[in-house]
Write a protein that binds this ligand. Structure first.
Ligand SMILES: Cc1cc2nc3c(=O)[nH]c(=O)nc-3n(C[C@H](O)[C@H](O)[C@H](O)COP(=O)(O)OP(=O)(O)OC[C@H]3O[C@@H](n4cnc5c(N)ncnc54)[C@H](O)[C@@H]3O)c2cc1C
Ligand SMILES: NC(=O)c1ccc[n+]([C@@H]2O[C@H](COP(=O)([O-])OP(=O)(O)OC[C@H]3O[C@@H](n4cnc5c(N)ncnc54)[C@H](O)[C@@H]3O)[C@@H](O)[C@H]2O)c1
Ligand code: SF4
Ligand code: FES
Length: 805
């Protein structure tokens, strides 16, 4: 067997090995040197780990079993430090000596650190690997302010993650507008506005000349003499290919290692792939081109095909939730180009398609990227558009969420997964021939969705289109977390079948790999056992998030907030006096009216919480819980001349009925007495709108980062009907959503039509759901009252000493 050595255990190198093994599993005896102490992981999803959507465990692409199963000897945490290309031997930093017949360099890049005074201080980091990600997460627990230098893709994704970690985030950018390598000025301006709305503060045209501080960073000094205080600096100003070892080994380098169309270097039997490569003058920093290189190298080494790498089209998408940005090819205007533009400031949509001769050569999309697969295809194929209608190239309308799925009209050879170069036809063929029925299976067999994950919604749509009804049953197989292979649905089914009522019991009986579980699965299991069996389940407070354990929201300075319940947003002088007294007595830092029409007492010490609740004598507003929180109401027919219904009374009734009912994620409601919608019913999880003699019920609205207008579920005629339908709808959501799935995402996943079939078209089902909701309501207790009356809870969770009960 020939010996193959790979230097660099990263995304490009391991993908190349996968491709070689797929072509000829027995051809090579493989040795790998990997400087990082981890198996190959998805570097792209570090952004998602930082933003709190995945854990490090979730982003491992090839676990240690994979190396063993495929006969790859991995020297994990060992750097290759010398290569003797005469003797054909690689030497590792821990003494490993590996002989090779063929050698691949896949050493990737290092982040570029600005060589300025103070760059070596504690608290100055890059964003490239797991360590950087963990450093940011740890810093956020002890410090408040972060500065990101560089407003490119990486910098903005880092900034979003730091915001999610509750830090105050400043972004320092050298040019005049953001992402200047991917966007033109109008798109960049819209992006800036959106990110400012999300909480980022931008400093444009700023050159950092010094990092201030003693041992640890305390601030930045700019060339124009201005400065900024900060506790953490993340440098995201580009990358530099890692070529030192290659150059020292006699490989020709310029900006990176020079290769030909078969990824050969100038030294016989030595190849290179990935970010460390320069091909025809271009160095790539995105996975799609790197994987194309890997595929060509695999053809060459396994001698399966005579393919050639001829360069790649660059295109990008920013992975920041709530922001849709796409950029491909040549997007700047030139003397020989013309552009089709759509700029709708009302919808927040900007589209530009750049044309040279009769072909599309580039595009920038902001706010609506649904045209991206089609445009990418046109650019790749250099489609002749001279005879095409402008509207066919760039439709001016924003694609509505409810219109026909985008995949229906896609051609068979149109790309669905850009990162991995997988087209619609290949995915459909795999689904049909290999009888695939879940997203995970499609990813396993085709690689679609295995990198940035941006194409997953399209792959799901394709599964649904190909399988029809069989899809809903099947597409539920993503494991709950790294502790189990079971999906959320399978865990719930097991809890139901085996009548499991304790969190520990679930983990034991279902064979959890981590006996203590993790922060992802424990709260989910606790929710499921209580949802399935409200009478018997034993709630495990230690499996709840901190806010739910102490029944108050922890704030960025470690204090808490207290929100008493005010049904329908209505209060009275007596309650207001009690709130004012408590605020005075306990030096509450601020009393604030919330968006849900409540009074929020901010800046409360943990040990004071039980006494405050006792003195208020009001129910908890559940503002901290994955539960029904508020029902916001407009003043309605009693006070407003447009009012058609008594919105206040319905709001109070709804809130009294459903207050605190545990749900997969928070649930907010609104009741407006006419379509003017003063209670913002259109963006609530459940929004009620009064008409003459009827109520419209809207569902799946969301006013947060992923703004979504609710869909009309049904129109009913009485308050009782609204309450009945709300009970059934909420129970359906409780039973079929994954823990931490908002109603808006759940509704998009299961589809409005299916929900209507369960509730509106199926009266008996609707009644059964409402009845199951009643079982949960019957078990509800007032949490603040419980704590006030329990000395042990006060001591265990609130550090309250000398309790007498
Ligand atoms: C936060 C983040 C988000 C990203 N998002 C996207 C995205 O959305 N889309 C996209 O297309 N791309 C994205 N990228 C870029 C993408 O991750 C990289 O292009 C890709 O990982 C490069 O793969 P590579 O194998 O060439 O290099 P790397 O992944 O850097 O792997 C190289 C490996 O080699 C190791 N190594 C180096 N020298 C030695 C040596 N001498 N001995 C042993 N080991 C060595 C390194 O430690 C490293 O583990 C993102 C990058 C980051 C950091
Ligand atoms: N969604 C994605 O596709 C994605 C996400 C993250 C990272 N990446 C890749 O990772 C790599 C690194 O990303 P990146 O954003 O660091 O690189 P980049 O080179 O794309 O962007 C760096 C940005 O920093 C700015 N900059 C340079 N010097 C500066 C200075 N002194 N002060 C302030 N700003 C300065 C530049 O103008 C540029 O906009 C790239 O290859 C990128 O493609 C891709
Ligand atoms: S929603 Fe209609 S009824 Fe209610 S306050 Fe506004 S205008 Fe008046
Ligand atoms: S487009 Fe990135 S994984 Fe498919």
């Amino acid at each position: 067997m020939e010996k193959l050595v790979l230097i660099g255990n990263g995304m490009a190198g391991i993908r190349t090995l996968e491709e070689i093994i797929k072509r000829d599993p027995d051809r090579f005896e493989i040795t790998i040197f990997g400087k990082e102490p981890y198996p190959n992981y998805n570097r792209i999803l570090l952004s998602s780990v930082l933003q709190g959507d995945s854990s490090v465990k979730d982003i491992i692409l090839n676990d240690y079993d994979w190396y063993e199963k495929n006969g790859c000897s991995l020297h994990c945490g060992e750097e290759a430090v010398q290569v003797d290309t005469e003797q054909k031997v690689v030497y590792g930093s821990s003494g490993t000596k590996a002989a090779y017949d063929k050698l691949i360099f896949a050493t990737g890049s290092d982040p570029f650190m600005l060589p300025i005074d103070g760059a070596d201080k504690e608290g100055v980091i890059a964003f490239r690997d797991i360590n950087d990600c963990e450093a940011m997460i740890d810093t956020s627990k002890t410090h408040k302010r972060a500065a990101v230098i560089g407003g490119g893709l990486l910098g903005l994704e880092a900034a979003r993650g730091l915001l999610n970690l509750n830090m105050e985030v400043d972004v320092i950018h050298l040019p005049e507008f953001l992402m200047e390598r991917q966007l033109d000025e109008p798109a960049a301006a819209m992006l800036r506005e959106e990110l400012e709305n999300q909480g980022m503060v931008f400093h444009m045209n700023k050159q950092t000349v010094k990092i201030r501080g003693e041992e640890r960073v305390s601030g930045l000094l700019f060339k124009d003499g201005t400065s900024l205080d900060t506790d953490l600096v993340v440098m995201a100003v580009g990358i530099r290919p890692n070529v030192a070892l290659a150059a020292a080994s006699g490989l020709e380098t310029d900006r990176a290692i020079l290769v030909d169309d078969q990824m050969r270097t100038n030294v016989p039997d030595v190849y290179a792939v990935g970010e460390c490569v320069e091909h025809r003058g271009t160095v790539y920093g995105l996975v799609a081109p790197l994987y194309e290189q890997g595929s060509v190298l695999a053809d060459h080494l396994a001698e399966t095909a005579e393919s050639a790498y001829e360069g790649s089209l660059m295109y990008t998408q920013l992975k920041v939730s709530g922001v849709d940005v796409f950029s491909a090819g040549e997007f700047t205007d030139g003397s020989d180009t013309k552009a089709i533009r759509v700029h709708d400031e009302f919808e927040g949509v900007y589209k530009k398609v750049v044309v040279r001769g009769g072909s599309v050569i580039g595009a920038v999309l902001f706010g609506d990227t649904s045209d991206s697969p089609r445009l990418l295809d046109m650019i790749k194929k250099q489609t002749d558009i001279s005879e095409m209608d402008k509207a066919a190239i760039l439709p001016s309308e924003k694609r509505e969420a409810s219109t026909e799925s985008a995949v229906v009209s896609m051609a068979e050879d149109e790309t669905i997964c850009g990162c991995n170069g997988v087209c619609k036809g290949d995915i459909v063929a795999s689904i049909q021939e290999k009888e695939l029925s879940s997203l995970q299976e499609v990813t396993q067999h085709t690689n679609a969705g295995r990198s940035c994950g941006g194409c997953k919604p399209l792959v799901s749509e394709l599964l649904e289109l190909t399988l029809g009804d069989a899809f809903r049953e099947a597409d539920q197989k993503e494991p709950m977390c790294g502790c189990t292979t079971l999906s959320h649905e399978e865990v719930t089914a097991e809890i139901r079948d085996k009548k499991l009522t304790l969190v520990r019991e679930v983990m034991n009986v279902l064979g959890w790999s981590e006996p203590e579980g993790c922060s992802s699965c424990r709260p989910a299991i606790n929710y499921y056992i209580n949802m399935v069996n409200p009478e018997e389940a034993e709630d495990d407070a230690n499996s709840r998030f901190i806010n739910e354990r102490v029944h108050a929201n922890i704030q960025n300075d470690g204090t808490y907030s207290v929100v008493p319940r005010m049904y329908g947003g209505v209060t009275n002088p007596e309650e207001l006096r009690k709130i004012a007294d408590v605020a005075d007595k306990y030096n509450v830092r601020m009393v604030k009216v919330t968006g849900g029409q409540r009074l929020d007492l901010l800046g409360v010490k943990k040990a004071d919480l039980p006494s405050i609740w006792e003195e208020l004598g009001m129910p908890s507003g559940h503002a901290y819980g994955k539960a029904v929180r508020t029902v916001k109401t407009c003043v309605g027919q009693d006070f407003c001349r447009f009012g058609t219904q008594d919105s206040i009374q319905l709001g109070i009734d709804l809130e009294k009925k459903f207050q605190g009912v545990p749900t997969p994620h928070k649930v907010k409601m609104g009741v407006s007495a006419c379509p003017r919608n003063c209670a913002e019913s259109g963006i609530k999880d459940i929004g009620i709108v009064g008409l003459q003699g009827a109520w419209e019920m809207y569902v799946g609205g969301n006013g947060g980062v992923d703004l979504r207008q609710g869909d009309l579920l049904c129109t009913v005629t009485s308050d009782e009907d609204v309450i009945h339908m709300t009970a059934a709808y909420m129970q359906l959501y409780r039973e079929t959503a994954k823990y931490l799935e908002r109603t808006s995402h759940w509704l998009e996943r299961v589809g409005l039509k299916w929900v209507q079939e369960q509730l509106v078209d199926h009266e008996a089902n609707c009644a059964a759901l409402a009845e199951r909701m009643e079982r949960t309501i019957a078990q509800m207790e007032e949490p603040w009252e419980q704590i006030v009356n329990s000395g042990t809870i006060k001591q265990d969770y609130f550090d309250v000493k000398h309790v007498t009960t």
